[in-house]
Design a binder for this molecule. Structure first.
Ligand code: GRF
Length: 210
């Protein structure tokens, strides 16, 4: 049976675009944004994918909004919920409802630099390697079981923007890969770690020359 996915986003949606372009063995049942103007919604409409805006500013609090969001997601009967630049903290009740089928991409090598402004913070710390992480979402913000990571070198003349662009290229590579593994039923969570059936070596990606 084809894996049904719902994508949540808040902005430009370049990861969502990479997922569509990867032609994965999934059906994207809907894309939902908490920001009605998100460019990712336009891209969904252009590609015949149901695009739904649920404006969080119209709801009294996080719990109320997340309950509505969860109900909307459930209408599409997803096997998988993909956070692709969804820029709101999710309530514990929401996470509990989708735990085990909720993936996120974060622009750092977790557990380093959870939270925002990861590229600025990486440069400020002087790290020489940075990257991105796809992980299952748990109630512990940016700390869930890791599916795949990709590393990039940090260059002496990097700005947050140049570093972000280098990391983003890898995001577009590893997120479709992680979703493919999920759809193929190859991911198993055991003791807070993700095992990739028959192929653990592919879970860390290094650019050429590293
Ligand atoms: C990405 O850097 C992702 O890692 C983070 O938010 C950004 C979303 O970018 N969670 P886009 O909307 O997919 O272009």
């Amino acid at each position: 049976m084809t894996c049904r996915a719902v994508v949540l986003l808040s902005g430009r949606g370049s990861n969502f675009r990479a997922i569509v372009e990867a032609r994965l063995p999934i059906e994207i049942a809907a894309v939902i944004s908490n920001r009605p103007q998100a460019a990712g919604l336009d891209y969904a409409r252009e590609h015949g994918i149901a695009a739904i805006a649920l404006d969080h500013t119209q709801h009294p609090d996080r719990e109320a909004f997340d309950a509505l969001l969860a109900d909307e997601i459930e209408c599409h009967r997803p096997d998988l919920v993909v956070l692709a630049g969804y820029m709101r903290i999710l309530s514990p009740a929401f996470i509990a409802r989708f735990e085990g089928r909720l993936l996120n991409i974060h622009p750092s090598l977790l557990p380093m630099f959870p939270g925002l402004k990861t590229h600025e913070r990486a440069l400020a710390e002087g790290v020489k390697i940075h990257g991105c992480t796809v992980h299952f979402v748990t109630a512990d913000l940016d700390h869930g079981p890791i599916v795949i990571q990709a590393a990039v070198p940090v260059r002496a003349d990097d700005s947050p923007e140049t570093l972000a662009a280098r990391v983003l290229q890898q995001e577009h590579r590893v997120y479709p890969q992680a979703i493919r593994w999920f759809a193929e039923g190859r991911l198993a969570i055991c003791d807070g770690r993700v095992n990739l059936k028959d192929d653990w070596a592919s879970q860390s990606v290094f650019p050429n020359g590293m």
